[in-house]
Design a protein around this ligand. Structure first.
Ligand code: GRF
Length: 202
């Protein structure tokens, strides 16, 4: 399965997926990294790993649709079958999301459906939950609302602040995303009628 990873930032999740995909039996190949930000650290890290990496600067486009069309063209040109969002901080047009329905996944730093959007660690501390974590889900037009593929939980410990909690969650993100992508790429977690249908044993 030919995979593109989309990043806006440092790309630590991207690196974890690129590393995992080096295993000979891994069911996906990372063939492209795109960023909407030319200064994203993830672009340099991808290039250093030998993956073609390209910025498509959203500021150069007048509309969301024209930016999405440029993304679409780059994905098509590379023969991409599956898109992984990894800290990609742009909202897509509904048309783009629909075009990639069931073929685009995201990692979010909370146990969805709790704490959508940004500042999830602050949200978790504010809510007083004792368990927090991360979720890989299919992307649907509504933000952070798509069918859940995999989750990992961590404790919220006394004395935690948003940074200490984020540090605990990101370790799990780096384990979870490669596993979830492998499930999707090998057809073991397909979408059916808006829900994920797991193969036996998953
Ligand atoms: C991660 O916490 C991810 O879950 C969230 O943004 C952060 C990106 O970090 N969507 P990185 O760029 O993968 O290091």
């Amino acid at each position: 399965t030919r995979v593109a990873i989309l990043v806006s930032g440092r790309g630590s999740n991207m690196v974890s997926v690129i590393e995992a995909a080096k295993a000979p039996d891994y069911p996906a190949e990372i063939v492209l990294v795109l960023s909407n930000r030319p200064d994203a650290g993830g672009l340099a890290r991808a290039a250093a790993a030998g993956i073609p990496a390209k910025a498509i600067d959203h500021k150069q486009f007048a509309t969301r649709e024209s930016f999405d069309a440029a993304l679409e063209a780059a994905l098509r040109e590379a023969g991409i079958e599956l898109v992984c969002l990894a800290g990609f901080m742009r909202i897509f047009s509904a048309g783009f999301v629909e075009a990639w329905a069931g073929r685009m996944i995201n990692i979010h730093p909370s146990l969805l459906p709790l704490f959508r959007g940004t500042h999830t660690h602050e949200q978790a501390l504010e809510a007083g939950v004792r368990l927090h974590g991360c979720t890989v889900h299919y992307v649907v037009p509504e933000l952070d609302a798509g069918p859940i593929i995999a989750q990992a939980a961590v404790p919220v410990l006394p004395g935690d602040d948003a940074d200490s909690l984020a540090d605990r969650v990101i370790v799990q993100e780096h384990r979870l995303y490669p596993k979830a992508l492998a499930l999707v790429a090998s057809g073991q977690a397909p979408l059916k009628d808006g829900r994920v249908v797991f193969a036996a044993g998953q």
